[in-house]
Design a protein around this ligand. Structure first.
Ligand SMILES: Cc1cc2nc3c(=O)[nH]c(=O)nc-3n(C[C@H](O)[C@H](O)[C@H](O)COP(=O)(O)OP(=O)(O)OC[C@H]3O[C@@H](n4cnc5c(N)ncnc54)[C@H](O)[C@@H]3O)c2cc1C
Length: 596
């Protein structure tokens, strides 16, 4: 027997599910959240400084023994299952990955939303490499701005505006799109390392600013009346829940608001595997309960907030929308999978300078945006796109933050001497780059491998392309230049050979990417695409309210909507899209069932 019908059923209760549940229940709708993981409650994370348990053994993440993905680098290869987590770490349980994120909260640039048009306008169509399938979003920065603002005020983002209603402000990010008002909170002071970076980049003529953070620098009360205390800079953000609730996450922001209405019911251990539909509209969600039994949740509106991979998988399994075929370049579900391009950083190991690296917070960084997006002239460079450059100080935990120069043995006496010497003396300038989309980078259902319930796994087809290799090579020269300005004496020493009494050592120069995309080392949980937004139903899955072109009572929301990925972390934009979708659902509800 099916469950009682809800106004709205949401699959997945992370940032997307939590935001939409809060907005809809405040408006009086009855909402059911189906979450495959457990109820973390408003947990006291007092035990959270257990690096082995959370950061190394991945306690909060998806268990690949239950469900994983397969990967191939191109359509000629046979895809194989990713049997251990590595490259990315999707969450499971109430709050999703929002519980164990860092809190770096960006807005994309206005140009990011019109990447194809803007590139052609400035450089001509030939600047877009063959096979690159970048698209405009079908929504502009200005249309999304009120929703960015809503997310930032809900979460309590600290930063300094660099563009207030079109007026550029030194000290903020002067390359950002216009903000309608200042950040809700001012940023914290620079750490010593960040002060060195800020001075060096200023001296080089760049425009440093404090990167927007969801780690509260002081106590904050949001527009929903939710109060949270300040960050203690314990350094356990990424991969951990926040023990004081200073890091904005769904558990301490939107969930209490939704639950307080009495109109939000969460069903845990509800693993959605299909959406019943008649080809035009959806009727219900089918899920396995905690006992492995099939259950059914009917609803007037169904929201997919189950992260990139499962949003796409649910559409494909349910035969909702037209599956993407890369060979004929038709269909949309699975199209334009992209990621985030790393590499291109520079690192220095200082012989005689010590910083308080053990302190920090996940999003604590000073950045420049001079080499992001199209903020610099790409003429003659041989690539398009760019990325943000920053010095972060997120805390140096005792297991995974022991960086030693190349040449140091990986165990034994010399390693111990080196980690003592460098624990508080290593500084990195990082680069986080765009990931354009390509005709042959996509998601589909794997024909061979299945999850523990017998459902097909998502197959990822993805690799690094020459455009990104050129971008990273260029970025590496810029981060090394900054490092040389920060620590001129280190440059003289150059890299190696390492000796325990030796001078400063620096590593950098033209950046490079692995021969092929590698799923083993952690890179980022910034997977994008597969259910993209657009103005053309032929090449996109959802309209600019995140409503399916092919099934108006289905809304698909998250980084799956990005037609390509920008040089920033995704969640500021994911949050904005979730608020936009909530508006769309309310409009749809009032309209009596049509496209909004
Ligand atoms: C270690 C780490 C650090 C990060 N740091 C940053 C950062 O600093 N800045 C930034 O912008 N982003 C960061 N991110 C990314 C950020 O966490 C995500 O963008 C964000 O959490 C996505 O929210 P979501 O609601 O779309 O998906 P999720 O948070 O993944 O939530 C989806 C929910 O759906 C559930 N679900 C999935 N499938 C099903 C199913 N079939 N049935 C029922 N439920 C299902 C999952 O269990 C999960 O709870 C980080 C991510 C990680 C892992």
């Amino acid at each position: 027997m099916a469950n009682k019908k809800a106004d709205v059923a949401i699959i997945g209760v992370g940032w997307v599910g939590g935001i939409i549940a809060a907005e809809l229940t405040k408006a009086g709708l009855q909402v059911v959240g189906l979450e495959r993981g457990h109820d973390r409650g408003i947990k006291n994370w007092a035990d959270d400084h257990d690096e082995l348990r959370y950061a190394v053994r991945y306690e909060l993440f998806q268990n690949t023994a239950n469900e994983t993905w397969t990967l191939r680098h191109n359509i000629q290869e046979n895809a194989l299952p990713i049997r251990q987590l590595g490259s990315f770490l999707p969450g499971t349980g109430i709050g999703g990955a929002g519980v164990h994120w860092n809190g770096q909260t960006w807005r994309f640039h206005p140009r990011d939303f019109t990447m194809r048009t803007s590139t052609i306008e400035r450089y001509g169509a030939s600047a877009i490499p063959a096979g690159m399938s970048i698209q405009d979003w079908g929504i502009t920065y200005d249309e999304l701005e009120p929703y960015y603002d809503k997310f930032e005020y809900m979460a309590g983002i600290a930063g300094k505006a660099g563009n207030l209603k079109g007026q550029k402000i030194t000290g903020g990010n002067v390359f950002e799109g216009p903000r309608s008002r200042e950040f809700p909170l001012a940023p914290p002071p620079d750490t010593e390392i960040q002060a060195v970076f800020r001075k060096a980049t200023t001296d080089l003529g760049y425009h440093p600013f404090y990167a927007p953070t969801a780690n509260l620098p002081k106590a904050y009360k949001n527009p929903d009346g939710i109060e949270r205390g300040a960050c203690t800079y314990c350094g356990f953000c990424e991969r951990f829940g926040c023990e004081v609730g200073a890091k904005a996450d769904p558990l301490v922001t939107v969930m209490p608001v939704a639950l307080k209405t009495g109109k939000f019911k969460v069903i845990n251990y509800a693993n959605a595997f299909a959406i019943k539909n008649d080809g035009k509209n959806a009727q219900s969600v089918l899920y396995y309960d905690g006992m492995g039994r099939v259950q059914e949740q009917p609803a007037d509106v169904i929201v997919l907030g189950a992260y990139v991979f499962n949003n796409v998988r649910l559409l494909l399994v349910s035969k909702l929308g037209k599956p993407y075929d890369p060979v004929t370049n038709t269909g949309a579900v699975g199209r334009n999978y992209a990621y985030q391009t790393g590499g291109g950083g520079a690192t220095v190991w200082l012989a005689n300078t010590k910083y308080k690296r053990y302190m920090g917070s996940g999003a604590n960084a000073v950045a420049i945006d001079d080499y992001n997006a199209d903020n610099f002239d790409h003429s003659g460079l041989g690539f398009i796109g760019g990325g943000s450059i920053s010095v972060g100080q997120s805390g140096a935990r005792p297991i995974q933050s022991l960086s030693v120069p190349p040449g140091v043995p990986s165990f034994g006496r010399d390693w111990k001497v080196a980690i003592q010497k460098y624990y508080n003396s290593v500084v990195s300038v990082g680069f986080q780059g765009e990931s354009p989309s390509y005709q042959y980078h996509f998601l589909d259902l794997d024909p061979n491998y299945r999850d523990k319930f017998g459902q097909p796994l998502v197959r990822i087809t993805f690799d690094w392309e020459p455009n990104e290799r050129a971008m990273v090579a260029y970025a590496g020269q810029k981060t090394l230049q900054i490092m040389q300005q920060m620590y001129p004496q280190a440059t003289k020493a150059g890299i190696g050979p390492y000796s325990p009494t030796g001078p400063d050592l620096v590593q950098g120069g033209p950046g490079s990417l692995a021969a092929h995309y590698d799923t083993v080392p952690y890179q980022s949980t910034h997977n994008t695409g597969g259910a993209i937004i657009g103005a053309d139903p032929g090449t996109s899955v959802v309209n600019n309210y995140l409503q399916m072109w092919d099934a108006p009572n289905v809304f698909v929301v998250g980084a799956c909507n990005f037609p390509q990925n920008a040089g920033f972390n995704p969640t500021g934009t994911v949050g904005a899209l979730a608020y936009r979708a909530a508006d769309g659902i309310l409009k749809y509800h009032k309209s009596g069932g049509s496209l909004v």
